[in-house]
Write a protein that binds this ligand. Structure first.
Ligand code: 5GP
Length: 194
């Protein structure tokens, strides 16, 4: 998605050889116009698949997911990273190691929101080592719902998550695919390489 790539080039900060900071439009401040276009792009890529729900994880997966949900006219369910007073029992849970926070989280969703009749699109902001996506897959599997595919805003191809998920057989659609962050530079995968 060209507009997303341009935004990354203009505002993304390479923090190290494997971490990209995009807090001006995705991870802290949000760009609603870009988010809306991201939502449209996900809707286009997963059109006609009979998706009934989007499942994501708080907090950075929510904005692109809501825009996709609006476009596809389906509800958006976000997994929580902590139990709360209002979310205690009847949960599907999975454990996820966070790449950026370097800590393990129990993620959960209420059972009443997902069942075997649903066809789910999983969406997240970044795909790195695949831990977050695998955790979401685990939650959806517990419910018996079907997984139609995985939509990612920014995939870092040099980390193993994407390859792993595609190898298992999931359709993964990433709107920007980064080949390298070496030498402080963002290099995208070229269309002909995809
Ligand atoms: P994974 O679970 O695939 O290893 O990492 C994905 C999760 O870690 C995403 O939900 C995202 O929040 C975070 N993440 C991974 N890599 C990056 C990165 O380079 N930049 C930012 N901002 N977040 C990242």
């Amino acid at each position: 998605m060209e507009k997303l790539k341009e935004k990354i080039m203009k505002e993304g900060q390479v923090l190290s050889d494997d971490v990209l900071k995009v807090d001006t439009f995705l991870n802290h401040q949000l760009d609603p116009v870009l988010m809306s276009e991201i939502g449209k792009e996900f809707a286009k890529r997963f059109e006609g698949m009979g998706i009934t729900k989007i499942v994501t994880i708080e907090s950075s997966g929510i904005a692109p997911s809501v825009m996709a949900g609006l476009e596809m006219q389906v509800p958006v369910l976000f997994a929580r990273k902590k139990k709360s007073l209002t979310l205690q029992d009847d949960l599907y849970t999975a454990s996820v190691y966070s790449f950026t926070k370097q800590e393990k989280n129990q993620i959960c969703i209420g059972r009443k929101f997902l069942n075997e009749q649903e066809k789910v699109l999983i969406i997240d902001d970044f795909l790195a080592k695949g831990q977050a996506a695998l955790g979401l897959i685990e939650l959806v599997k517990q419910s018996g719902a079907e997984i139609a595919g995985i939509g990612i805003v920014i995939e870092k191809e040099f980390q193993e998550g994407g390859e792993q998920l595609r190898k298992i057989g999931y359709r993964v659609e990433s709107l920007a695919r980064i080949k390298s962050l070496k030498d402080g530079m963002v290099t995208f995968k070229k269309e002909e390489e995809i």
